[in-house]
Design a protein around this ligand. Structure first.
Ligand code: ZN
Length: 181
């Protein structure tokens, strides 16, 4: 950077500083979803990835939600179901607290009733009235953060149900009643 400053440059700096002050509220420190909400996912079953803004200027983007719904579909049957935007907003808060841009690695998003029934027969701990069937739950981990950190952050947010599955290496997060297991 040049140290000598001409009068014209100095004036430019002042104008720039004033402009920055005026612009400051719009670029203030990131609050939750203040101007845009973005998420990145990797579906571990299909290998598909997404990294997109799904909300900005006060509105959800239907095409972005469609792409998220597709990525989080029931991979066993191919069925799609709307994922509750409230769940996405909760994940944005989790991401902010984890201070990461690494994608959420998804083990399970939407589950059709048939898939949920199948899993109930094969696995312990699958609820009959699973919120996965309503598009209100997700099982995930984040590559750059420990599972216990992800779990603690999700519990502290009190945004719904949180289940800890260290042996299967994922955390379940939903937007149902606040409860922990
Ligand atoms: Zn789950």
């Amino acid at each position: 950077m040049k140290l000598r400053t001409t009068r014209r440059q100095a004036l430019g700096l002042v104008v720039g500083a004033v402009a920055a002050l005026i612009a400051a509220p719009a670029i203030a420190a990131p609050r939750f979803g203040a101007d845009r909400r973005a998420l990145a996912f990797r579906n571990l079953h299909t290998g598909e990835s997404l990294d997109l803004v799904y909300w900005s200027d006060g509105a959800y983007h239907p095409d972005a939600l469609d792409r998220i719904n597709y990525l989080l579909r029931d991979f066993r049957t191919g069925e799609m179901h709307p994922i509750d935007p409230e769940l996405l907003d909760l994940l944005v808060k989790v991401k902010a607290r984890l201070d990461t841009n690494d994608p959420f690695e998804v083990i399970s998003g939407y589950r059709s009733p048939a898939t949920n029934a199948l899993l109930r027969r094969e696995t312990e701990g699958v609820a009959k009235a699973s919120l996965h069937v309503k598009g209100q739950a997700i099982d995930l981990r984040v590559a750059g953060r420990s599972l216990s950190t992800l779990h603690r952050v999700a519990v502290n947010l009190r945004g719904g149900g949180v289940g800890y599955y260290p042996r299967s290496d994922f955390v379940h997060i939903d937007v149902g009643r606040v409860r922990y297991w």
